[in-house]
Ligand binder design. Structure first.
Ligand code: ATP
Ligand code: MG
Length: 571
């Protein structure tokens, strides 16, 4: 087994989970073996919270030379589907992790779990209860008062065996019988108060079909599945702290004395929660089912496929997760830190291009009608060897409508009659006037250019206050741009009394058509390519481009960094 790596790329100290693993390895536990697992339920798409768990489960195995399984905890056929299974595998691979040949399913252990349940009945550790789950819940008691015994608690072994087998044979309706572990109705841990371990479900299972009519509860499957797989460190989120003793209890019953030598060790860390979004799979499913978003991969969703479509990179997500870290305390993470991470990544890596979102025509009146020039534009000032690309220049251009004002205040350093600005990568121009339609809308702006101000010419270094982006009206191509904003208009939708659907941000999507993009962009853009639109923000090519008949760009994130600004203020 490799020594803990302390000389990794970015030298950082071990987090508390890694420290526990390092100590176990050092102590020679499990003969120096390290095996983790990521255990999703295939009942929804992965979101950024899952990414935090994935980075931990796969990351810690990678760090110490261990292995990580992918195990689908598929114990509830009513909610599961292979669509989710496939999407989950795709998203884990996208993050850059691989389980190799260690793909497992809790449903592979249904026979072992059933046999174990039969054994528990025979040994007096489980009984069939004919009450409804509501009645059972009512008898649970409270954390400070003991629960009440079920009237069926002392059934004979024979009767329990007969009933459980008939439950599985399909003789009873759903909800009429359950199998409960017989532990302690007065335990201070509510999970020990005779938890339900099997229930009847008649919906066919997506993997085992109609073979089973009884299915183990998550709590009866999870810990034992870890055990069957030889998982040494079962890392999960804090809400499972009170479940841990129950998992240990079942494994000890299952393994007997051998549990002394080997029992999966559960370690819990805090969940990832993000402001201005929801992380509950139930709520995300509702948004999809009720068409409040355009599917699981809607670029406003916190799902990994949504973030990918929005333009997030795996590295930016990992950097964000690294920055928030792993602790034992629940927290609400600021979404602007995630936005900061992608802005950082795209600033370093995205090609700079020109696109005019809200175009108005600009005519350079002293530029010859029949003349065209090629301007050379830097692809990325952050990367010296990123090269350059060409951009055509002519008499008619488009600039942003917001970059012109007829009656401008003193501090307006963009275009206004009489004033000069530089056209990025081209000439200095001076505004001479504008033309309006019958309603007073500006239809055209006029300017003259100073031929001496191109790069390499004597007037090139002449300073003007503003620089505007532009495209050639003769050469540009139309595109569609989708401006995304935060999905919810309140910071913590889960904490509000109102139905979360009423808290959706009504302006989270604005679609612009007739956006003018430079020809280089039109010719080279491929789905998922990322660009910086000069002076505007970062944009990613949407898959819809393949069918829309024009390029479609998603705004990944604007240029303004509220996180960095707040940090500066704080320091
Ligand atoms: P469910 O309510 O369906 O159980 P879940 O979010 O727990 O939803 P799972 O598929 O069971 O979904 O999650 C797989 C793993 O991801 C679990 O180990 C869980 O602890 C972890 N996980 C889920 N949500 C988060 C989160 N927000 N932050 C960190 N880890 C998470
Ligand atoms: Mg879960």
């Amino acid at each position: 087994m490799a020594e803990p790596i302390t000389t990794s790329e970015e030298k950082r100290s071990l987090n508390f989970v890694e420290q526990i693993v390092a100590d176990d390895l050092k102590a020679g536990k499990n003969s120096g073996r390290l095996n983790t697992r990521f255990p999703p339920e295939p009942n929804g798409y992965l979101h950024i919270g899952h990414a935090k768990a994935i980075c931990m489960d796969f990351g810690v195995a990678e760090l110490f030379g261990g292995t990580c399984n992918l195990r689908f905890d598929d114990t509830n056929p009513q909610k599961e589907d292979t669509e989710y299974e496939q999407a989950i595998m795709r998203d884990i691979h996208w993050l850059g992790y691989d389980w190799q040949d260690r793909l497992y399913y809790a449903s592979d252990y249904f026979q072992q779990l059933y046999d174990f349940a039969i054994r528990l009945i025979k040994e007096g550790h489980a009984y069939v209860d004919d009450q409804t789950s509501e009645q059972i819940a009512q008898q649970k008691g409270t954390p400070t008062t003991p629960g009440t015994d079920s009237p069926f608690r002392n059934r004979s072994v024979e009767e329990n065996l007969d009933l459980f087998q008939r439950m599985n044979a399909g003789e009873f309706d759903e909800g009429t019988h359950v199998l409960r572990a017989k532990i302690d109705m007065a335990s201070s841990n509510m999970h020990f108060r005779d938890p339900i371990i099997y229930r009847i479900i008649k919906t066919p299972h997506w993997r085992t079909g109609t073979k089973w009519k009884v299915y183990p509860m998550y709590d009866f499957a999870h810990g034992q599945s870890d055990y069957f797989e030889g998982v040494t460190h079962s890392i999960c989120t804090l809400e499972f702290v009170p479940h841990r003793p129950l998992y240990d209890y079942f494994v000890r019953l299952l393994a007997g004395d051998t549990a002394q030598q080997y029992c999966p060790r559960q370690i819990e860390f805090n969940r990832l929660n993000l402001t201005y979004t929801v992380m509950s799979k139930r709520k995300l499913l509702q948004l999809v089912k009720e068409n409040l978003v355009a599917g699981w991969d809607d670029p406003r969703m916190p799902t990994l496929c949504g973030l990918r479509r929005r333009g997030y990179t795996p590295q930016s997500i990992k950097n964000f997760i690294n920055a928030i870290g792993y602790t034992k305390y629940e927290a609400l993470n600021d979404i602007s830190l995630l936005e900061h991470a992608i802005r950082d990544d795209l600033n370093a890596n995205a090609t700079r291009v020109s696109a005019v979102l809200n175009p108005v025509r600009l005519v350079i009146t002293n530029y010859p009608e029949d003349r065209e020039e090629t301007m050379s534009m830097e692809n990325n000032p952050e990367q010296p060897d990123a090269g350059r690309h060409n951009m055509p220049f002519c008499r008619e251009l488009y600039i942003e409508r917001e970059d012109f004002m007829e009656d401008a205040p003193k501090k307006f350093f963009r275009l206004t009659p009489g004033k000069e600005v530089r056209l990025k990568g081209a000439y200095i121009i001076q505004c001479t006037g504008c033309t309006k339609d019958a309603h007073g809308n500006i239809t055209e702006i006029q300017a003259t250019y100073d031929p001496d101000t191109l790069s390499g010419m004597p007037g090139a270094s002449r300073k003007v206050k503003g620089t505007l982006h532009w495209v050639s009206a003769r050469h540009c191509v139309d595109a569609e741009v989708r401006l995304y904003d935060r999905l919810f208009s309140v910071e913590n939708p889960a904490a509000e009394d109102a139905d979360f659907r009423e808290l959706l941000n009504p302006d989270s999507l604005q679609t612009l058509t007739g956006v003018k993009i430079e020809p280089f962009l039109a010719q080279t853009a491929q789905v998922e390519d990322k660009y910086q639109f000069q002076r505007i923000g970062y944009f990613t090519v949407d898959p819809d481009s393949a069918t829309a008949g024009h390029l479609v760009f998603n705004r990944t994130i604007g240029l303004k960094d509220s996180w960095a600004k707040e940090q500066k203020k704080a320091n």
